[in-house]
Every structure is written in C-alpha cells, then in structure tokens.
Design a protein around this ligand. Structure first.
Ligand SMILES: [Fe+2]
Length: 356
C-alpha cells in the first residue's frame, strides 16, 4: 500500500469515465482509481442536507429499532443448541433474535461448562474482566459482588463501570440442589425508557443528559472507573437514537459537577425510572433450568433474580460489543456489503450498520 501522504495535495482528475461498474478516474499524477457503484452510493456526501433540528432532537430520545416481548402474551424467543452449533443460518437467527428482542433462550445445551463455553464462543471470544473470563461458580462470595450471593437482585445492567460495558451475557444453570428460588428477571430497558419518555419527557431528558462516574471497587485490588462519565440513557450522537442503558444504583459514585436543581431533577427522574422497571407488567420472570441457557443484550436488558436457597452452580460469560456486531453484520449481509458500507452512518434497512 502506498503512502497516501505523499500524494500531491493539488492532484486533480484528468479523465472521469462512468460505466456499468462504477467510476474510473485518471489522476494528474498518473495513478488510476476505480470506484464501484456498490461503494460509491453508500458514501454520497450528506453534509449538505438540511437538518430539521427539532425533528432530530425528538428522534434522539427514541430507542433504536427493537421489539418488546410481552411477558404474558408472547413466547420467549428460543433457539436450539444443536442447530446454532451446526448451521450458520441458525446462528444468524439467534443473533437476530437477541438484537430484536434483547434476549433469547437456547434449549438442549449439554449440562457442562465445556459445552456452554463453546456455545458462547460460537458468537465470539469471551471477554475477560476482573472476575475472570468464562465463569463457573457456586454462591460463595468469592468476589465481593452481589452476583455471588443468594440474595434478591433487582433489575440492573452489568459493567456500568467499564468505559465499554460487555454487550452480551450468557448464563447457564448447571445444577440447583437442596433448595428453590432463583428465578431470572429481565426488564426491557428501551421499553422502560419509552414509558418514562411518554410519562415525563423532562425526566427522560435528565437521565440522558447527566453523566455519572460509575465504579467497581468491591475487591481490595480493584478500583475500576470509566474514562468518561456516562448517562443512564445513552443516545448515539450520529444515529440520534438511544442505544445503551446503564443502570446499577450500587455502582454509582458521588457526582460533583452539577447544580442542586439538576440533582433534584435527576433523582426524581431516577426514582420514576426505578418505579417503572419494578412494575410487574415490565418484568419477565423465567425459571432457569439445566440444559437451557439464557443470553441477553446488556446494553438494553436489565436483569436480576429472586433470592434462592440451596446450592446453585452457574456458568457463563460476556462478549464484547464490537466482536458481536462484527459477527452479526458479516453473517447477515456478507463481507462485501459490510466493506462497501464502512463509514456509512446513514441508517437504512439494507445498511449493515443498521445493526448497532
Ligand atoms: Fe448482573
């Protein structure tokens, strides 16, 4: 590959030919370029388009395209382990369901940590954190984190304290002996944010505007804080759509850069959001059972669980956003289309970047 910085800054085109394949250009320094229509069309310069600012602001408070699962009326999205592991079409169906509904069950998973790990790695490599990579534990408080207890856990997202929270999380209950309880809870964070927007747009705006210093510092040798403060409801600055929810009241560090009036508004908004996510109609409770794994989008779905007795052995792991999106886009659209749309943030259905 040549050094593009050596190209004369005054280089001009000497000949331009349009044909069926695209545009061929002869440049004044003698080199030639060929741009295919498949590449050129997604890269039309849109800087000149007039922008309706009001419409853009209204858009920015709505979430990206998604569908809500009704906990009473709808069956839970489910796929089969054997199919996901053996066919790319089924793997794509699994990823589509996760992206659309925010979660999906996988049935027929062999009840072993090895099979569960292989299932996660069918999407991408497992993300390592200060809790390790693939995890396999019983409730024993190994890590000073509420996840490692048998207490009730209210709806929350994981990794609020990372600059880049894990995108997917998969759980598999391997065994539960001498006790009961421990049902899994999911709440659709996008749906909850939409409810808040309809009930009180000012509160929604407050959760979008005020950024927080999250942290993870339960263990002696760890104190993680993201480089940037982050809001509860994150809207994408280019797409102008909500694409990420961060919610864990226990991970919120003291915030010093706001006025009293902003604090009051934010706490009222947070309290209302908390009420919404704890409404029974917003909550999807499902028993976990050996052989059925659950995966969910941690940038959207809040999760929790009821308290339990007895001894549970759970395993699972996280997957990064970028690696999951790469896998999903390539499987759905093919490499050529993905490459032709690099940098094309003009979101249309046939643009691979519509998956974000
Ligand atoms: Fe969690």
């Amino acid at each position: 590959m040549g050094d593009t910085f050596l190209i004369d800054k005054d280089v001009t085109e000497t000949e331009v030919v349009h044909n069926d394949k695209g545009v061929e250009i002869e440049w004044s320094d003698g080199h030639q370029s060929v741009y295919s229509w498949d590449w050129l069309l997604p890269h039309e310069n849109r800087f000149q388009r007039t922008v309706n600012l009001q419409r853009f602001m209204e858009r920015a408070q709505r979430a990206r395209k998604f569908r809500v699962v009704d906990p009473i009326m709808d069956p839970s999205p489910t796929v089969s382990y054997d199919q996901v592991m053996s066919e790319n079409a089924s793997l794509l169906d699994w990823l589509d369901k996760i992206h659309t509904f925010g979660f999906c069950f996988v049935e027929g998973v062999p009840v072993t940590p090895e099979a569960t790990k292989t299932l996660i790695e069918r999407i991408a490599f497992i993300r390592h954190t200060h809790y390790g990579g693939f995890w396999d534990f019983t409730a024993d408080l190994t890590y000073k984190d509420t996840a490692y207890t048998n207490e009730f856990l209210g709806p929350h997202t994981d990794n609020t304290y990372f600059t880049d929270p894990a995108r997917l999380q998969l759980f598999h209950l391997l065994s539960h002996t001498d006790g009961e309880g421990g049902e899994n809870l999911l709440v659709d964070g996008f749906a909850a944010a939409d409810v808040l927007l309809n009930e009180n747009p000012k509160h929604h705006a407050a959760l979008m505007a005020h950024k927080h210093p999250w942290h993870a510092s339960g263990n002696e040798d760890v104190c993680i804080q993201p480089v940037l403060q982050a809001p509860v409801i994150q809207s994408h600055p280019t797409y102008r759509r909500v694409y990420q929810i961060r919610w864990n009241n226990y991970d919120r560090a003291p915030k010093i850069d706001w006025h009293i009036a902003e604090q009051k508004l934010w706490y009222a908004a947070a309290s209302q959001f908390n009420k919404i996510i704890n409404q029974p109609l917003m909550q999807i409770w499902t028993p976990l059972k050996p052989g059925t794994a659950l995966i969910f989008d941690n940038w959207r779905m809040l999760h929790g669980r009821s308290e339990f007795t007895g001894k549970r052995r759970m395993c699972g792991g996280y997957i990064n956003n970028d690696d999951y999106l790469s896998r999903h886009r390539l499987l759905k659209f093919g490499r050529e289309k993905v490459l032709n749309n690099l940098g094309n943030f003009w979101i249309k259905k046939d643009n691979p970047n519509s998956i974000y």
